[in-house]
Write a protein that binds this ligand. Structure first.
Ligand SMILES: [Zn+2]
Length: 233
């Protein structure tokens, strides 16, 4: 891990404000509470797609809750509020190099796709600094489950059958549909990478796109805080 880990106001939370430096020189933040070592941590990722503000809002509100509630009994967790900070600042899906981060992961099904495409895979798998950072982190910590936050049609999608109970749990408070597979191939996605290469189930939360940002946290609060409090173990 690059950067320095800092203590935050909550003594159980560590903050690394310079976890990854992007191609534009921007720094990505990482927060964690990994004090318990008897179980593997959850890994939460917001802002994979820069034009899905619902996903960033969800991560930010979750972090606010964690800052006041996180303690030594938490199920260990790591949270990256916004993976694609450069894209988010320009309200674009891809990063500053035009790459869809969710098609750039080094899974065995990665394929080169056309540049100028909103799903551009990048010139090679794992070519992007944001993806390299996350791949390194996944290899180091081997999370129990990876959960990333998006917006589209409202649903909770899991890749890897062991992800089903987590996906179902995350529909508490919103009654969204949960199902395996999003309905079209996603080569080089985080889901494919986590499951095919590591057998780590990956959950993709899709909030209703263009919905009021005020509603995002209430929709997922019960599920996300329940995971942290160990209600699904
Ligand atoms: Zn997305």
């Amino acid at each position: 891990m690059q950067g320095k880990i800092l203590k935050s106001d909550n003594p159980w939370i560590e903050h690394n404000p310079q976890w990854v430096r992007t191609a534009t020189g921007a720094h990505l933040s990482l927060y964690q509470n990994i004090h318990r070592t008897d179980v593997k941590p959850y890994l939460f990722v917001g802002g994979v797609h820069g034009d899905e503000p619902e996903g960033v809002r969800l991560a930010e509100e979750f972090l606010l809750w964690l800052k006041t509630h996180s303690n030594e009994q938490d199920h260990p967790w790591i949270l990256i509020p916004c993976l694609n900070l450069d894209g988010f600042q320009n309200n674009q899906r891809t990063n500053s190099r035009g790459v869809d981060l969710n098609r750039n992961f080094p899974s065995r099904d990665w394929v080169l796709s056309e540049e100028k495409n909103r799903y551009y895979s990048g010139p090679s798998s794992n070519s992007e600094l944001e993806v390299q950072g996350l791949v390194k982190l996944i290899n180091e910590i081997k999370p129990l489950v990876i959960i990333h936050f998006h917006s589209w049609k409202p649903c909770v999608v899991y890749t890897g059958a062991p992800g089903k109970p987590y996906a179902d749990f995350l529909t508490l408070g919103n009654n969204y549909d949960s199902h395996e597979d999003i309905g079209y191939p996603t080569p080089g996605s985080l889901g494919q990478y986590g499951w095919l290469e590591h057998k780590i189930p990956v959950i993709c939360i899709e909030e209703q796109e263009f919905s009021s940002l005020e509603n995002v946290w209430p929709h997922f609060m019960q599920g996300l805080t329940g995971l942290i409090q160990g209600k699904l173990l």
